[in-house]
Design a protein around this ligand. Structure first.
Ligand code: SF4
Length: 65
């Protein structure tokens, strides 16, 4: 299982992550990323990792849990 961490001090609201994985990332009214789920099942792993890598300010961290 993968765990997600979002650095809200780094997030600039570019929404690359939302476009790449809208079931996992969203943007709140302040323009900051919201994690819609904290744990990612294996079948979604590649897509969610790619979405995290697409963040221009590296605000998203993925770790094994
Ligand atoms: S891509 Fe990065 S900067 Fe943009 S909303 Fe997602 S976490 Fe924030």
């Amino acid at each position: 299982m993968l765990g997600l961490i979002a650095d809200l001090n780094a997030c600039q609201g570019y929404a690359n992550c939302v476009i790449a994985a809208p079931d996992t990332y969203d943007i709140d009214d302040d323009g900051l990323v919201v994690l819609l789920r904290a744990r990612i099942p294996g079948e979604d792993r590649a897509r969610v990792e790619e979405a995290a890598r697409s963040c221009p300010v590296s605000a998203l961290t993925i770790e094994e849990r």
